[in-house]
Design a protein around this ligand. Sequence first.
Ligand SMILES: O=C(O)c1ccccc1NCC(=O)[C@H](O)[C@H](O)COP(=O)(O)O
Length: 208
Amino acid sequence: MVNVKICGLKEEIHVQSAVESGATWIGFMFAPSKRRISVERAADLAILVPPHVKRVGVFVNPTEQEVREAVEKVGLDYVQYHGTEDAEFIKKLGYPSIKAFSIRGYEDVEKASKYDVDYYLFDAPGTDYSGGSGNVFDWSLLEQLSISKDRIILAGGLNSENVGRAIEQVCPFGVDVSSGVESNGQKDSKLIKEFILAAKKEHSSLKA
Ligand SMILES: O=C(O)c1ccccc1NCC(=O)[C@H](O)[C@H](O)COP(=O)(O)O
């Protein structure tokens, strides 16, 4: 069954909804974004996350110090690098990691082979910020990917309507969502639940 990351959580109620609905990863935004929260706020929210659900800190071109401080204070399980961080920087920090790639064309997909990380997150390019745009990219660009599917997280404009199709086409280890579980610019517990249910539903083409 596919794993789900709910990203950009800011409120206790939405962390609880994501946990109760079966999310695998909870994402806290530490980069410029309308979803950005402080390390102190994330540490408070992280108390609500049980050990079987993983805490992800999302950064865009951070300093080493910023990452180390957040990992320590929030108890992050994964660091998500959502900028132009190079493989050396990520390796030097040494944390379990997710590297995000903004996909405009196949050349962006190819960049992934330069990295040795736990998960490769393929996302649509950002508009106002580096991610979280709610836009979908061309999933067929992932067809020739040499990276194992069990290391892939698909993101970008997913919602409860299109996530089933996305899973059938890409067969990722996980899916990631932010805009698709928001209404009026705020996270929505009902949409979080619907998204996770839709993602975890068995899809006809995946049946033997
Ligand atoms: O969500 C943001 O505002 C954001 C800003 C800057 C860098 C990354 C950001 N989000 C990271 C994520 O993992 C999002 O869930 C991912 O980009 C998908 O977002 P969406 O298309 O809104 O579902």
